[in-house]
Design a protein around this ligand. Sequence first.
Ligand SMILES: O=P(O)(O)O[C@H]1O[C@H](CO)[C@@H](O)[C@H]1O
Ligand SMILES: O=c1cc[nH]c(=O)[nH]1
Length: 290
Amino acid sequence: MKILESELILNPDGSIYHLNLKPEDLASTIITVGDQERVEQVSCYFEKIEVKKQHREFKTHTGFYKGKRITVISTGIGPDNIDIVFNELDALVNVDFESRTLKENLGALEIVRVGTSGAMQADIPVDSIIASEVGIGFDNLLHFYEVPDQLFDEEFSEAFQKHTGWNANNSKPYVVAANQELLTKFTSEGIKKGITTTNVGFYGPQGRVLRLPLQDPEMNRKISSFLYNGRRITNLEMETAAIYGMSGLLGHKALSLNVILANRANGSFSKDPKMAIDNLIKKTLDKLVQ
Ligand SMILES: O=P(O)(O)O[C@H]1O[C@H](CO)[C@@H](O)[C@H]1O
Ligand SMILES: O=c1cc[nH]c(=O)[nH]1
């Protein structure tokens, strides 16, 4: 069935609406970063860059690292942007833009998020790296899609809601896993597995108080004391669960790696965030070519 012009929006040059990319601009291995300035921080390691495009906060470089074609793209902040980026990345590989129909053989992208994050446990040092084996989404993005039974871990979500006395006005947390193959490949010395919450804001939704009091000032304490099958929540950020959910629905493989910049349990912050992120970028690139 033909996808209408109002649903799959193409720019006059044939590129997709927000990302400003054409199908040939994209590699099948993709690194997503939040900050558009991080795109160069990744692509500076490429031996050759063949595509450089930007529209709004979505900046893309495609090039080669040790002979492997890789795309690095910025998503901006938050799950609403993940909806845009993941639908458009998928359309770039799985929709024929000429006929506006789905391709017969659907492609699976390999997607690794290189992000920054806050630790919820005092013993997780700033500058360390966590590979999220599970994302817990506090956003409601995934609830707008038809979700197959096996994608969310409902039992996990219920245990979490019970432990925290979760306020139903916030959302219904969804729990979704990383791609196991990528998780195994990336977990190593210097990259530890963890459980990551995806929060809908940086301040109140992550329990930060500058001037506004919180609806539940105890939320971070409840999150950090939660245990599920002996596993604790390690860190929080703003994209991972949405990335895992959208990848699960669309048939792509995704893993989220985050360097810890803030430790919320002991109030510390990285002394050199740029260097800490750079360390994660180098590790990610080397793992991708292994
Ligand atoms: O550094 P990035 O990848 O943007 O990730 C984290 O940093 C942003 C908040 O400062 C949020 O996007 C959060 O997920
Ligand atoms: O505390 C933090 C640090 C980075 N990113 C977040 O979302 N939270």
